[in-house]
Design a protein around this ligand. Sequence first.
Ligand code: ZN
Length: 134
Amino acid sequence: MQKIEHIGIAVKSLKDSIPLFEKLLNTACYKTELVESEKVNTAFFKTGPNKIELLESTDSDGVIARFIEKKGEGLHHIAFEVKDIDAEMKRLKNEGFRLLNETPKTGADNKLVCFVHPKDTQGVLIELCMEKEV
Ligand code: ZN
């Protein structure tokens, strides 16, 4: 894995959380994006080379809504950039990690993503992401 690409934080309302994080990080949100397949609205911030992704559910039955119901708002996942997502998924599978999706799927920010089961990673949801080729 190359580096931490971003940290994902589950929030109830982007309308409330975007101004809060703009104040906290002293930088403007540079992008919001709806990821229809995941039923989430996302908002991105840059701090130096690092990114923060806020995630708001668009559906009361979406993964983020269910996460907040169980655990409340807060840290949702850590995303690592990988060079070859297929190779990395295969490597992790061979190491015994369960993946939440068997093939890479389209995530926010022009990325192919895959999630590793948090039960296999000490409770922390791990996202692999790879820039899609344009
Ligand atoms: Zn993410």
